[in-house]
Design a binder for this molecule. Structure first.
Ligand code: GTP
Length: 312
């Protein structure tokens, strides 16, 4: 039986071993920037013939254009510095597809310490990349879901809290007015009693989607505040602008015309709206503003519902 120490002279054994791995071995002669070897496994993976890998340029031109500059610059810099390295990139296939590759590179130097050649292995990491991409997409989906109200599909309370904190700071900084609207469905307990809880859910969803239509500014937000209550955040909106949005909400809900036999306002579903506009000064807190707007909502209810009450 051959000893391990016999192997170094046996290049045929090395060649067989190298060409039977899943990883693809290669060697580039550094002074001429040309391939002195690439494993035959490259052809079934990428489609390019083994003898078509002649210069380092053949390698560079078969990298996805979006990855090319980054990878080529990185590999040249590392090689010049004599540092072993690895790079992930999309290699182009002959039939215009691409395969994710991890190229692991070892820099070989001569006795003078000059770079003589690069040797490495290309690994097919497509499956790993696919899993990574799936995980990333799932993570994004989860993140989006964590800011969405499960029933109505609009922003939830958490998103509202985040938005309000951000807009509050922005308004404090710019000294632009910020408006808040609290919208509460009228006599909703009776609605549930009359039509059932499931129908109540549908009603809330329709109202949420309708309120979205009342928004105008790019940063305007409507969120479910809780139960049958919604909140609108209107950055850079003064009292007159907020009043217009509140009136649009009332009109849109009126147009929606959902039946509510026990609502004296036309036997239709209506809402009451509390409105507040302020420019945050030093020491002012979002919770104080919300409390003030809630008082207006209470006033709108007291004064007969299906109306707007605004902080003056
Ligand atoms: N179907 C359904 N009902 C809900 C949901 N969240 C809260 N509610 C109901 O909304 C009703 C709110 O009732 P109240 O706070 O008494 O107010 P209201 O009947 O709308 O009366 P006013 O606000 O005074 O006009 C309660 O009966 C809750 O059960 C929900 O997600 N789905």
């Amino acid at each position: 039986m051959a000893e391990i120490s016999d192997l170094p002279n046996d290049s045929a054994v090395y060649k067989t071993l190298l060409e039977s791995t899943r990883a693809i071995p290669w060697k580039i002669d550094w002074p001429t920037m040309s391939f002195s070897y690439i494993g035959p496994q490259i052809e079934p993976l990428l489609g390019w013939r083994q003898d078509s890998w002649v210069s380092a340029n053949d390698w560079a031109s078969r990298i996805h254009p979006e990855d090319r500059e980054r990878v080529v610059n990185f590999c040249i810099a590392q090689s010049q510095a004599g540092v072993d390295h690895e790079a992930d990139y999309r290699a182009l296939t002959q039939d215009n597809g691409y395969v994710w590759i991890r190229d692991v590179v070892h820099v070989v130097r001569n006795d003078q310490g000059e770079v003589e050649s690069l040797v490495g292995f290309m690994f097919d990491i497509s499956e790993r990349k696919k899993t990574e991409e799936k995980l990333l997409a799932l993570q994004k989906e989860l993140e989006a879901l964590s800011f969405k109200d499960g029933l109505t599909g609009i922003a939830n309370r958490r998103q509202f809290d985040t938005s309000l904190a951000r807009e509050w700071e922005s308004a404090r900084h710019s000294q632009q007015p910020l408006s808040l609207l609290l919208v509460d469905v009228d006599l909703f307990k009776q609605y549930n009693d009359l039509y059932g809880h499931l129908q109540g859910d549908t009603c809330l969803t329709e109202i949420a989607q309708t309120l979205r239509l009342a928004l105008v500014g790019p940063r305007d937000l409507v969120a479910r505040y809780g139960g049958e209550e919604f909140v609108l955040v209107l950055p850079e909106t003064d009292a007159a602008g907020a009043q217009r949005v509140a009136e649009r909400c009332l009109r849109l809900i009126e147009k929606l015309a959902l039946p509510h036999a026990q609502n004296p306002h036309g036997q239709r579903v209506t809402v009451s709206i509390g409105v507040g506009t302020l420019t945050p000064g030093p020491g002012a807190e979002p919770q104080d503003a919300l409390r003030a707007v809630d008082q207006q909502l209470y006033r709108a209810k007291q004064e007969g519902r299906n109306r707007i009450a605004a902080l003056v």
